[in-house]
Design a protein around this ligand. Structure first.
Ligand code: HEM
Length: 220
């Protein structure tokens, strides 16, 4: 059972990494000059919402977040129960790093962030709850406007920057860990995958924190 759970965690985790790459790519539009970014960001958002393939992928995305969270909670509680039973504790150097010991805590912070984030955008844009999203001059939902409005508030800029730190740490350990769970045993490849994971976690950290700060500074 633990084997199946860990494999599901690995698959969903890697899928969420792919989502982050695409999501970061789309959000980097916000760094372009506002005249270009405004229309481009809104049509990007409209294309995502209108495409049937993307809708199916979105359902897989929500399922992945759910499964990854549920199995993480189960595995973390099982690990906590076995703490103290010394013979069950893994004493390898890698598993003693703070990050690897606290993946559950880091994951929980990410979950809090996702809930705040979805209530900021997804709830309004996709589900149509809360304040109505205004339309731009092309009749598209003005997601650019609500995003740039949000980042005029330094409190939200702070939240977005701070919460990217646990996300980046979680990826740093989780990326190579997922490959190991899925059967990567060759030490040479594991080292390479770890380097890719480290680079990826830094790109996520810098990319997602630069966006709110840059949008805030431009709005001053
Ligand atoms: C600069 C930071 C970010 C900005 C500006 C941003 C912006 C947005 C916007 C505008 C949407 C709604 C898109 C739409 O429906 O058209 C959205 C959806 C979403 N975002 Fe973000 N995002 C950021 C960072 C993140 C991060 C770090 C995560 C993950 C930890 C994340 C996870 C999601 C998810 C899961 C959705 C729902 C996607 C869907 O329904 O298909 N976002 N984001």
């Amino acid at each position: 059972m633990l084997f199946v759970r860990k494999n599901i965690m690995a698959f969903t985790g890697l899928f969420l990494c792919i989502f982050l790459v695409v999501h970061l790519g789309g959000n980097l539009i916000l760094l372009l000059p506002s005249e270009t970014a405004h229309g481009l960001y809104n049509s990007y958002s409209a294309k995502l919402g209108g495409n049937i393939f993307i809708r199916v992928v979105s359902i897989f995305l929500y399922l992945s977040i759910l499964l990854h969270t549920v199995y993480a909670a189960l595995i973390t509680s099982k690990n906590n129960k076995s703490k103290g039973k010394k013979y069950l504790v893994n004493h390898t150097i890698e598993s003693s790093s703070w990050t690897s010991q606290n993946m559950g805590l880091l994951g929980f912070s990410i979950l809090i962030f996702i809930l705040i984030h979805l209530s900021n955008f997804w709830w309004r844009v996709k589900l149509g709850y809360g304040e109505i999203v205004p339309l731009d001059s092309n009749g598209l939902k003005d997601v650019y406007l609500i995003t740039t409005e949000l980042f005029k508030n330094p409190y939200y800029v702070f939240i977005y920057v701070i919460f990217i730190i646990p996300l980046s740490m979680h990826i740093k350990h989780g990326f190579s860990s997922a490959f190991k769970t899925l059967g990567l045993y060759n030490l040479n490849y594991i080292r390479k995958v770890s380097i890719i994971g480290n680079m990826f976690s830094i790109i996520i950290l810098i990319g997602f924190s630069v966006i709110p700060v840059a949008v805030y500074l431009r709005g001053l």
